[in-house]
Design a protein. Structure first.
Length: 367
C-alpha cells in the first residue's frame, strides 16, 4: 500500500495553569511557559495540514485535575485527531489525592483522544487506512505504591494479540519511557536507567518479531533519534525545557514502494513576556545543573571524589542543555583523560566517530 501522511509530536507538555504552579528551587521545568508555548506550537501546526498529533505523556505538571481538564478542552478544539498516553507526572500516585488524579482516572479525561475504553490505560486505533497506532501505558505501581516504568504482563499479552491481528498494517508505537538507549549506558546508569522502560528488551523483541520500526517516546526531555536492530526510538524534548521543541514528520512512499520518514523539528524562540526564551531557558537549566552534574561525576562510571567533581562541574554547566538540543558535539580537552573520553561519548557521532546529525532533521529509510 502506498502510504503518504503527515503528523506532529509534542512531548512532555507539563501543562500548568497559574494557580497550580508550585515552586521548587531545583526544578528543571519552566512550567510558567507551558500554555503560551503550546499555543505558539499549535498556531504553527495549523498551517501544516496534519493528519494527526501524538502527545507521548507528561501532559501535566503533576497530575492536577484542573490541568488535565484544561488540556482535554483545548485539544478538543483542534481540527485534527490527537492521541495521548500518560507519563509519570500525569499519574504520580495510584489513588487520587487532594492534588492529583489517580491512575485509573486518566482515561476518563481523554476519551476523545484514544481512550474509547475508559477502563483500560492502553489502546490501539486506526489512524488512517493501513496505519495503526498502539499506545502503551508504562506507568505501574508496586505493592509499596512506588511508581515504576514498565509494561505489565496483561498489557504484553494484549500487545502480542494486536500485533498478530494487524500484521499487515504500518504500526506506530507511542510510550512514555524510552525503549532504546539515548545516552551511553543509559539502561545501566543510576541516573539514566529511570528514563528507560524496565522491560524494554521484552517489548523490543515483540516489536522486532512483528516488523515494527517506529516508536515515539518522551520522558528524557532531549531531542534524540536512537536505533537498535531494526527499531527507531524517536524521543522528543519537552515543551517546558530548553530548547522547547516539537516535531513534524512525513511518511512517504516512492514510486518503487520504498517508505521513508522525514523528520523536521521546530523550536519556540519567544512568547509574550519571554522574549529571549531560548537563552533564558538555557540559563535556567544551566543554573540548576550543578547537583545533577556532581551526581554524574561521582557515580559510576567515573566515581570521582567530591573535590574532583566540584572542579569539573562548572565546565559542564550547559552540558545537559546542549544534549537536550540534539546533535551536540562535546570536547573537554582540559579534563583528565577518563572524564574527557566519558563525556565525549555523548556526542552525536556514528560508530566510526564521525559527526552524525540525525536528532532534529533526518530522513529515515524504512524496510
Amino acid at each position: 500500500m502506498s502510504l503518504n501522511f503527515r503528523f506532529a509530536v509534542i512531548s512532555d507538555l507539563h501543562i500548568a495553569l497559574p494557580q497550580t504552579i508550585w515552586n521548587h528551587p531545583s526544578r528543571f521545568h519552566l512550567v510558567e511557559v507551558s500554555i503560551p508555548v503550546l499555543e505558539n506550537i499549535l498556531d504553527r501546526l495549523s498551517e501544516c495540514e496534519l493528519d494527526f498529533l501524538l502527545l507521548p505523556g507528561d501532559l501535566t505538571q503533576h497530575g492536577e485535575p484542573a490541568n488535565h481538564t484544561w488540556l482535554a478542552e483545548r485539544l478538543a478544539q483542534l481540527p485534527y485527531p490527537t492521541y495521548v498516553i500518560p507519563g509519570n507526572h500525569d499519574v504520580p500516585s495510584l489513588q487520587a489525592n487532594h492534588t492529583s488524579i489517580g491512575l485509573a482516572d486518566f482515561p476518563h479525561y481523554y476519551r476523545s483522544f484514544g481512550y474509547d475504553n475508559p477502563k483500560q490505560l492502553y489502546y490501539t486505533c486506526q489512524l488512517l487506512p493501513g496505519v495503526r497506532l498502539i499506545a502503551l501505558n508504562s506507568n505501574q505501581f508496586n505493592a509499596q505504591d512506588k511508581q515504576l516504568g514498565c509494561l505489565d504482563d496483561e498489557q504484553l499479552v494484549w500487545l502480542q494479540q494486536v500485533l498478530e491481528t494487524h500484521q499487515n498494517d504500518l504500526i506506530l508505537v507511542m510510550i512514555h519511557h524510552n525503549v532504546v538507549e539515548h545516552l551511553p549506558g543509559q539502561a545501566r546508569h543510576p541516573i539514566g536507567q529511570r528514563y528507560m522502560l524496565d522491560n524494554a528488551p521484552t517489548l523490543l523483541q515483540l516489536l522486532r518479531n512483528a516488523g515494527v520500526q517506529l516508536v515515539f517516546t518522551g520522558h528524557l526531555h532531549v531531542q534524540d533519534v536512537a536505533y537498535s536492530k531494526g527499531v527507531y526510538d524517536i524521543t522528543t524534548g519537552s515543551l517546558v525545557s530548553y530548547p522547547h521543541p516539537y516535531r513534524v514528520l512525513e511518511l512517504q512512499t516512492d514510486d518503487r514502494g520504498q517508505r521513508s520518514l522525514q523528520i523536521t523539528s521546530g523550536r519556540v524562540e519567544s512568547v509574550p513576556g519571554w522574549e529571549t526564551l531560548q537563552q533564558t531557558s538555557r540559563d535556567f537549566m544551566g543554573d540548576r545543573s550543578q547537583p545533577f552534574m556532581l551526581q554524574l561525576l561521582m557515580q559510576p562510571a567515573l566515581k570521582l571524589s567530591q573535590a574532583e567533581a566540584e572542579a569539573l562541574a562548572p565546565s559542564l554547566r550547559y552540558f545537559w542543555a546542549d544534549l537536550a538540543n540534539g546533535d551536540a558535539t562535546f570536547t573537554f580537552p582540559e579534563f583528565p583523560n577518563a572524564a574527557r573520553r566519558h563525556f565525549e561519548r555523548f556526542s552525536a557521532i556514528d560508530a566510526e566517530g564521525q559527526p552524525q546529525s540525525i536528532d532534529n532533521a533526518v530522513t529515515l529509510r524504512l524496510s
